[in-house]
Write a new protein. Structure first.
Length: 100
């Protein structure tokens, strides 16, 4: 699959995590005002995702923390609630505090 263009389709709800598996695909979702935020972490790693640089969909802090979790072997931590959850706001990840 080269292109998935779902822009301007009045989509609502969560973006499916499975779209993040389309790593070599252009994925267009812009113009769907009722999509739940944020986008799944896996989709924010896809270079062809049209909203990858939109901080509402793919907050850079969340992407950084996700990379940190992987490099620090977070799956082996004794307490890692919320870390790398595809939809949970990173401010709700265990041990993360935000000034929002």
């Amino acid at each position: 699959i080269e292109v998935v263009d779902l822009s301007e389709n009045k989509l609502d709800g969560r973006i499916p995590v499975d779209l993040g598996e389309l790593t070599n695909t252009l994925i267009f979702l812009d113009g769907n005002a009722n999509i739940s935020l944020p986008a799944p972490l896996s989709l924010c790693s896809v270079d062809g995702f049209d909203l990858v640089n939109n901080p509402d969909f793919c907050p850079s802090e969340r992407n950084f923390l996700a990379d940190f979790y992987v490099s620090a072997k977070g799956a082996e931590w004794t307490e890692n609630f919320g870390w790398n959850d595809p939809y949970l706001n990173y401010c709700n990840w265990l041990g993360v505090s935000c000034n929002e």
